[in-house]
Ligand binder design. Sequence first.
Ligand SMILES: [Zn+2]
Ligand SMILES: [Zn+2]
Length: 343
Amino acid sequence: MAAAALVQSPAAWAELTSALNKKATFEHTVAVASRELSSPAGAAAVADPAARTLLARCRTLLRTRYSSRAFWVLGRQLFTAAATAADAAGDAELKATLAEYLAECAAELGEEAGSSGGGADGGSAGAPPRGSAFLFEGQLSGQEAAPPRPPGLLDLLSGALPAELQQQLEAAAAQQQGGGGGGSGDGQGEGQQAQQAQQPSPEVLAAIEEQLDAIAVQIMDATGQQALRAPPPASKRAVASLPRETLSVERLAQLGSDVRCPVCMDELAVGEEVQVMPCSAGHIFHPPCLAPWLEQHNSCPTCRHELPTDDQRYEREKERRLQEEEDARGAANAVAHNDFLYI
Ligand SMILES: [Zn+2]
Ligand SMILES: [Zn+2]
């Protein structure tokens, strides 16, 4: 096996993400990304928004294009590695999102959630399970029948492709479905030419694939996978309005002994100016320590209490999430009090 290639930059993650778009490089890409996320550097890597983009792209591809079982097995491997990294990084939100992804994998693979056999072991990527249905380029013109496209994909695409591509795609899909019983030999040569005459040319297939890539990205953006994007920074106004105070003897005594700024870990002394976060604990920081953090993040460095952001879309998503949590709590309470609601 090749030596582990460490992915250290957003550019490297972006390169991997685009390699994910090609079926021929999907498996290798997942192996590299999984290995990185399972490594000791995984916790730092998973905090990189570019790494999160790769995870979101993988999930989109599984749900839209790479729907055969073998791809879901690879996806599960990647998400398992990422969940381990999110755990190490203490990122509960990302972990919850990945748990959803893994539940999708389990459902797709017809298994109970949690019975994952894929594991975070990067080494298993080299050996796809027997009987798996990989859809690599060139296979369409071979003898093995590819599984039918997921229902609804053609509807989704209609109007989004040039008419000629649309016709070719429909013809290819019809042939895939019609040719399901044909051919059982394991040779790659015989019979290929005869079949190739009826297939769209490789150029047309490549063009179709390119279009599908673009559409997959659009779908990903449209579904707004906010949870996987790093949250936007706190709004400038919210940061500017954070109260400041000069530490008095009494206040320091109240806070206990050995009070430190959680960012620089320096002990706080009487007379020092601090900024107070609006979290319930009222965590305090040196203003020059807190400012750069809030230019990158939207939450208290200590307890993750969120400040408002200027990102409308993120705020709407957050509101929806909070509402859902509240609804879930309400339902749990109703059950706890034996107070069933019939609506
Ligand atoms: Zn400090
Ligand atoms: Zn706090």
